[in-house]
Design a protein around this ligand. Structure first.
Ligand SMILES: NC(=O)c1ccc[n+]([C@@H]2O[C@H](COP(=O)([O-])OP(=O)(O)OC[C@H]3O[C@@H](n4cnc5c(N)ncnc54)[C@H](OP(=O)(O)O)[C@@H]3O)[C@@H](O)[C@H]2O)c1
Length: 206
C-alpha cells in the first residue's frame, strides 16, 4: 500500500519504519513542506518520500500524527476528505506544561476529528502506546496489541490488516463513540502494554 502521513514526528517515523519493513511505500508530510523532510527521508531510506499534506492525504491509507492543537489546521489543509481512510493517532492533549486535556464536550476526540474531515472514514488506532515502546523493528518483536475503533467496517478491516502486516495484533473495540471512548486519552486503555503470544500478556505491575 501507499501510505501518507500528516505529521512526521516520533509516531509517524516509528510507524513508517515498521511499514517500510513490511513492504509499504510512505509519503511523509508536515506544515513546513517536503524540502524540510529531506534529511529524515534519507535517514529512513528506500520506500520513503516527502510530499505536501495534500499529497500525503491522497494515499490509500492516511495517518494523522500531529499534536491535538494542530489537528484542525492539518485537516483543513486537505479540504476534500470524501471516501478517504483516515487513521487518527492523536491524543487530545491541549497543553503539555501544565498538562491539560482538550475539551471534547461529551464526544470522543475521534468523532471531533471525523467532524473536521467530512466524508473521511476515520479509524482510531496507535494512540494508546508511546512510540518509544515500538523501537524493536525485528521480525520477532513482541506482538503489541493495538486497539481500533471506527464506524466504517471496511476501513477498520483495512487498518487491522495493516497493523497485523506490521507484526502487531489488532483488537476491534467497535464504533468511534464506544471504542473511541475506551482508547482515547482519559480512557482505561491508554498506556496499556498488552502483547499477544498465543494468549494476551500484561506486564507484571510492581
Ligand atoms: N509520541 C508518542 O509516543 C505518541 C504515542 C501515541 C500517540 N501520540 C499522539 O500522536 C500525535 C503525534 O505525536 P508526535 O509525538 O509524533 O508529535 P510531534 O513530535 O509533535 O510531531 C508532530 C508532527 O506534525 C507536524 N505538523 C504540525 N502541524 C502540522 C500541520 N498543520 N500539518 C501537517 N503537519 C503538521 C510537525 O512538523 P512541523 O511542525 O514541521 O509541521 C511534526 O512533524 C499527537 O497527537 C500525540 O498526542 C503520540
Amino acid at each position: 500500500m501507499k501510505i501518507g502521513f500528516i505529521g512526521a514526528g516520533p509516531v509517524a517515523q516509528t510507524l513508517a519504519k515498521h511499514a517500510t519493513l513490511a513492504g509499504h511505500q510512505i509519503v511523509l508530510s508536515n506544515s513546513r513542506g517536503p524540502e524540510s523532510l529531506t534529511p529524515l527521508v534519507s535517514e529512513l531510506g528506500p520506500g520513503v518520500s516527502a510530499g505536501t499534506v495534500k499529497e500525503a492525504a491522497a494515499q490509500e491509507l492516511v495517518i494523522l500524527a500531529v499534536k491535538w492543537w494542530n489537528v484542525q489546521s492539518a485537516l483543513f489543509e486537505v479540504g476534500d476528505w470524501k471516501g478517504r481512510v483516515l487513521v487518527d493517532t492523536t491524543n487530545r492533549v491541549a497543553s503539555i506544561e501544565p498538562l491539560a486535556l482538550g475539551d471534547i464536550t461529551g464526544r470522543t476526540s475521534s468523532e471531533i476529528v471525523a467532524d473536521l474531515a467530512p466524508g473521511a472514514k476515520v479509524v482510531k488506532a496507535f494512540n494508546t502506546v508511546p512510540a518509544s515502546w515500538l523501537s524493536d523493528f525485528s521480525s520477532s518483536k513482541p506482538k503489541t496489541a493495538f486497539f481500533v475503533s471506527g464506524d466504517d467496517v471496511v476501513a477498520k478491516n483495512l487498518v487491522s490488516k495493516f497493523i497485523e502486516e506490521l507484526g502487531f495484533y489488532s483488537l476491534d473495540l467497535g464504533s468511534l463513540a464506544e471504542g473511541g471512548r475506551l482508547q482515547q486519552t482519559g480512557g482505561p486503555l491508554v498506556g496499556v502494554n498488552l502483547t499477544f503470544n498465543d494468549r494476551f500478556i500484561l506486564p507484571a505491575v510492581d
